[in-house]
Design a protein around this ligand. Structure first.
Ligand code: PLP
Length: 251
C-alpha cells in the first residue's frame, strides 16, 4: 500500500473498511477470550493499533470502530498521518514504537502521547529538555533489548537499573513502563516473562509486549499493552513507508 491523497482511495476504502472492521472485531474477541483464560480483566490489556505503512484511511476505519490508541514507528510518517486526525479526534492516544533520533525529539514530544523507545542517556536528556521547553509530557517507557541481540535497539536487562536511575534522577523523567520485541524465531514466552519481572522489580505498571504473532503469549505473561498491526490492517510492504513520504501529492 502506498500513501496517497484521499481521492485515490475511493476504490480501496469500501472493501478494506469491511476487512478492517472484521479484523478488529475478531481480534477483540480473541483478546477477550485470552484475557479470560489467564484470569486477567479485559481492561488490563490495552490494544495499540499499529498503523505504520498504512494510509490515513485505514486509521479512519479503525476510528469508526471505536479504536483510539495507535502506534507508529516513524515520527515523520506519524506527523503526516495524525496531525489533522488528532485535531478531529482529541482523544487519540498516539504511541511512538520505533527508534527516536535525537534531532526528532522536539517533534516527537509535540506529537506523541507515549514514547515507548527511550533507550539511551542522550535521548533521556533530550527528552527532558524538550518536555521543559514545550510544556508537554508524553508518558515514557524504556525499550529493553530483552535477548541482547546485537542488531537491536534497547537497554540490556543488566543495564536497566542504572539507566532507570539515570532517567529518574539525572534527566528527571517519569518512566512508566518497559517495552520489548523478542527474537523473531524463538519462543517468546521466556522473554515476555523476563520483561514482566523487570518491570515489577522497578514497580513499573506498564508492560508493552506482544504483536500479531504472539499477543496471546504476551497476555498470558502479563502484558498490559499489545501492539498489533498486521492482524488488523493486513500486510504492509516495507518499501512503501519510506516512499510514501516523498509522494508529491502529499503536503
Ligand atoms: C510493526 C511493529 C509492531 C506490529 O507488528 P505486527 O506483527 O504487524 O502486529 C509492533 N511493535 C513494533 C515495535 C513494531 O515496529
Amino acid at each position: 500500500m502506498t500513501y496517497r491523497p484521499s481521492s485515490f482511495w475511493s476504490a480501496y476504502t469500501f472493501m478494506t473498511m469491511i476487512d478492517i472492521a472484521d479484523n478488529i472485531r475478531s481480534l477483540e474477541a480473541k483478546i477477550v477470550q485470552t484475557s479470560k483464560k489467564y484470569g486477567r480483566p479485559r481492561g488490563d490489556v490495552k490494544l495499540v493499533a499499529v498503523t505504520k505503512g498504512h494510509p490515513e484511511e485505514a486509521v479512519r476505519c479503525a476510528l469508526k470502530e471505536g479504536l483510539r490508541v495507535f502506534g507508529e514507528n516513524r515520527v515523520q510518517e506519524a506527523k503526516l498521518k495524525f496531525s489533522q486526525l488528532k485535531i478531529e479526534f482529541p482523544d487519540i492516544d498516539l504511541h511512538l514504537i520505533g527508534p527516536l533520533q535525537s534531532n526528532k525529539v522536539m517533534e516527537a514530544v509535540r506529537l506523541f502521547d507515549v514514547i515507548e523507545t527511550v533507550d539511551r542517556p542522550k535521548l533521556a536528556d533530550e527528552l527532558s529538555k524538550a518536555i521543559r521547553i514545550l510544556g508537554r509530557t508524553p508518558r515514557l517507557y524504556i525499550e529493553i533489548n530483552i535477548a541482547e541481540e546485537p542488531q537491536k535497539a534497547g537497554i540490556s536487562p543488566c543495564e536497566l537499573p542504572s539507566f532507570f536511575e539515570y532517567c529518574a534522577h539525572t534527566s528527571k523523567l517519569n518512566i512508566e513502563g518497559l517495552m520489548c520485541i523478542p527474537p523473531q524465531k524463538e519462543d517468546p514466552t521466556p522473554y515476555f516473562i523476563k520483561l514482566h519481572k523487570l518491570a515489577s522489580s522497578l514497580h513499573l505498571s506498564k508492560v508493552s509486549m506482544g504483536m500479531s504473532g504472539d499477543y496471546r503469549e504476551a497476555i498470558a505473561a502479563g502484558s498490559t499493552e499489545i501492539r498489533v498491526g498486521t492482524a488488523l490492517f493486513g500486510t504492509r510492504s516495507p518499501a512503501t513507508a519510506v516512499k510514501e513520504l516523498k509522494s508529491p501529492g502529499k503536503s
